[in-house]
Design a protein around this ligand. Structure first.
Ligand code: GTP
Ligand code: MG
Length: 171
């Protein structure tokens, strides 16, 4: 068959937000890891949809590794930004990291699509995706296509909606 178009995706967000769990769920069952551990540095993963082949840079969100993110911005053609919706204390830290990303010279003037996952929606204390969107001031992002989905990465809920959106944007 035809070779699928390849798209480089950066998976960003604070440590423990669920980035690796999300990416793992998007891989074919036989390629999925059973135990997920905190990412050291970053890991390169692949998954396919009906029309696209995604190469994901699954970055560590730990503070000491966040300075690695910017080295991959130029290569990124899409961003998946993951938020732990139950982590109210660090929502402001997530916003700071998002704002730093949006103001970076390699991102600022590009129409790079950003998919947000308001993850861990299964937890009782989780904020809604609307609330997360308000706290992160997503309505201020006017020069890039973006979309937010509530997700439960452990059960795989909400992920398909996000991937469908990513697949439907232009690269
Ligand atoms: P770093 O690699 O350190 O940046 O973290 P990460 O963002 O990759 O998070 P990871 O996928 O390692 O998940 C962190 C923890 O959150 C794990 O214990 C996951 O099982 C758990 N987790 C991930 N997604 C969800 C979710 O939707 N709901 C719940 N309840 N737990 C989740
Ligand atoms: Mg990880």
């Amino acid at each position: 068959g035809l070779k699928k178009k390849e798209v480089n995706v950066l998976c960003l967000g604070l440590d423990n937000s669920g980035k690796t769990t999300i990416i793992n769920q998007l891989k074919p069952t036989n390629a999925q890891a059973q135990d997920i551990v905190p990412t050291i540095g970053f890991s390169i993963e692949k998954f396919k949809t009906s029309s696209l082949s995604f190469t994901v840079f699954d970055m560590s969100g730990q503070g000491r590794y966040r300075n690695l993110w910017e080295h991959y911005y130029k290569e990124g053609q899409a961003i998946i930004f993951v938020i732990d919706s139950s982590d109210k204390l660090r929502m402001v830290v997530a916003k700071e990291e998002l704002d730093t990303l949006l103001n970076h010279p390699d991102i600022k003037h590009r129409r790079i699509p950003i998919l947000f996952f308001a993850n861990k929606m299964d937890l009782r204390e989780a904020l809604s995706s609307v609330k997360v969107s308000q706290l992160l001031c997503l309505e201020n992002i006017k020069d890039k296509p973006w979309h937010i989905c509530a997700s439960n990465a452990v059960q795989g809920e909400g992920l398909q909606e996000g991937v469908d959106w990513l697949q439907g944007t232009h690269y």
